[in-house]
Design a protein around this ligand. Structure first.
Ligand code: 5GP
Length: 171
């Protein structure tokens, strides 16, 4: 696979969209304590840009998830301990593809962590690949069914540092 020539979203487009999302989130959670629950590692640039634009009472917890390779196994590792019970929790995800990872996490958080509210903010949404319906309350952009990289998203750990979104394609 190689990096494509084209760009799906430029750095400027991304920062503008993140700004819009942050404004909406700030408005919706005004006067409430918000806990951002970000999934590592792909959401790091998005999280960093987004959280600095949300003014208000914002806390952060980080989660590492091992994806379900065989459809059976997934593990959730909380890398920092913020109590989510009774809190307004917003899951921050890089991309929703099949929806399996997010569906698993949402069910876990609802059943085990007792949040007052639980919503999802996904930087990218790839609806054509969806296998499980998951709610996306805040969406950055919709992308076609390609393997996208950049702005935190990797291909075998490469390209996370690109400030824009592009994709990889066969050589
Ligand atoms: P899902 O469980 O929704 O199929 O996939 C969730 C995870 O798979 C994402 O958080 C992301 O890490 C990875 N993923 C899915 N589609 C893509 C893609 O197009 N590009 C990259 N870099 N990762 C993806």
């Amino acid at each position: 696979m190689k990096l494509a020539q084209g760009i799906l979203f430029t750095e400027r487009q991304i920062l503008q969209r993140v700004d819009e999302l942050a404004k909406q989130i700030e408005k919706d959670y005004q006067g409430r304590e918000l806990v951002l629950c970000a999934i590592l590692k792909g959401s790091i640039p998005f999280l960093a840009d987004l959280m600095r634009k949300i003014h208000g009472d914002v806390r952060l917890t980080l989660i590492e998830m091992k994806s379900m390779v065989d459809g059976k196994h997934a593990s959730i590792l909380f890398t920092s301990s913020v109590d989510l019970s009774g809190k307004h929790v917003l899951v921050v995800e890089d991309i929703v593809d099949t929806g399996i990872t997010l569906d698993y996490l949402m069910k876990h958080l609802e059943a085990e962590r007792g949040p007052t509210s639980l919503k999802v903010c996904a930087f990218l949404d790839k609806p054509e690949a969806r296998k499980v319906e998951v709610p996306i309350h805040y969406r950055g952009f919709t992308v076609p069914d390609r393997f996208v990289v950049g702005y935190g998203l990797d291909w075998h750990e490469r390209y996370r540092n690109l400030p824009y979104i592009t994709w990889v394609e066969p050589e």
